[in-house]
Structures are given as structure tokens and as C-alpha cells.
Ligand binder design. Structure first.
Ligand code: SF4
Length: 69
């Protein structure tokens, strides 16, 4: 079991679709001006890891990466 999960977003790739915010609102938000993803935390607590993985899988732009360490 990993003891840390790191979330990385690529704001250049993000197309502002918002799935990540819907899936994991504790981790992701969108910029009010352009809709591009913003990270609320890059090391979410363990209870949010499943949601982080789901968000990474669902992102249509492949802009979210999660690394366990
Ligand atoms: S799901 Fe992907 S493309 Fe959509 S807002 Fe989140 S990071 Fe951006």
C-alpha cells in the first residue's frame, strides 16, 4: 500500500470539460475565467485516492496523472 498519492495536472492539455471537478471536487476546481483545471491539493488524503484515480481515467484530455509513492 502506498503511503502517498501525488496528483499532477497538465493545464496546457486541459480542455475545461469539468469531469474531474464532478468526480473529485475535494481535489479539483476550475478557473472561473477560462475553465482550466486547478488543483486544490496535490497530495490528497487516502480517502480520496479512488476518486483521484477515477478522475485521471475519465479526463478526456489525459491531463491528469496520479503517482503513488
Ligand atoms: S477532466 Fe481533464 S480536461 Fe476536464 S477539466 Fe479536468 S483536467 Fe481538464
Amino acid at each position: 500500500m502506498a503511503n502517498r498519492l501525488k496528483v499532477i495536472v497538465d493545464r496546457q492539455k486541459c480542455v475545461g470539460s469539468g469531469e474531474c471537478v464532478f468526480t473529485a471536487p475535494e481535489i479539483f476546481d476550475q478557473d472561473e475565467a477560462d475553465g482550466i483545471v486547478m488543483l486544490l491539493t496535490d497530495t490528497p488524503e487516502a480517502a480520496l485516492w479512488d476518486a483521484a484515480h477515477r478522475a485521471a481515467r475519465q479526463c478526456p484530455a489525459n491531463a491528469i496523472r496520479v503517482e503513488e509513492g
